[in-house]
Design a protein. Sequence first.
Lengths: 128, 163
Amino acid sequence: MNKNYLACVISHGSFGCSLKNAVHKLVVPETDVCCFSNQDMSLEVIEERIRELMEARKPDKVFIFVDLVGGSCWLSANRLKKNRDDIFVIGGVNMPMLVSFHVNLNRLETKALVEKIILDGRKGILSR
Amino acid sequence: MDIQLFRIDDRLIHGQVVIGWAGYLHSEQIILCDDSVAANDWEKELYLSVVPEQIRAMVFSVNGLTEHLLQGKDDYSKTIIVINSPQIIEHLLQAGVRLKTVNVGGIHFKEGRKKYLPYLYLSEDEVHSFKRCMEKGVNFECQDMPATRVVPLGNLLEKNINE
């Protein structure tokens, strides 16, 4: 269903790459997730690198996960999305969300996939 | 002029500003000053959308901020002003705005910039611009977050020349 796609995580510090590696301990990844840290790179450079990836891979759909809604990564992701219906920006990425992304990527249509992974991300937050 | 925090940050309004500094300082207002954001409604809306409801937020062009500061009518003691380059400081000084201390919160990597701190990369033009401002009496303190160490920019630039 979502065969030709690009998935990226943009995060503060090493969070995105560590999250990606941790998720790979739980599931066989359905796709490579490219991770970008805002630690050193300017937002301009991050955006340029993702644009280059989009140009090279020509994906039908792009999923950009960010750690903090309202943070600099969120700003970058929204600039990339601007006026494009094929790019989906998902804020508040966590482990259950990224696991769900890999599990459901080839099972669900894009809209249902985005709804499902947000739901699973939320389901993974609780207290007892 | 008593401005709560005058910050240079190439990311303008983002997490470090709204969660880090505004929370720590109990700021009531954030002013973003950037010509390209001021001229672009989409960008303006994006930046304003990330500011929590309890904080007023405004976007000014460089000339707009200059006029605003020169009028000197407003109280900025609970205001964070954020810009993205030292060249804007030069413009403000040239126009007659007086600034004592400026926080250098982040200028990040891109081609042509050299690393000074993990959050501070500067081009030669930027270094010269900072130096001209320092000659006019502006004190630059590098500090990305309230809990991190303050590094005087003057020392950093001097150290780099000697290395």
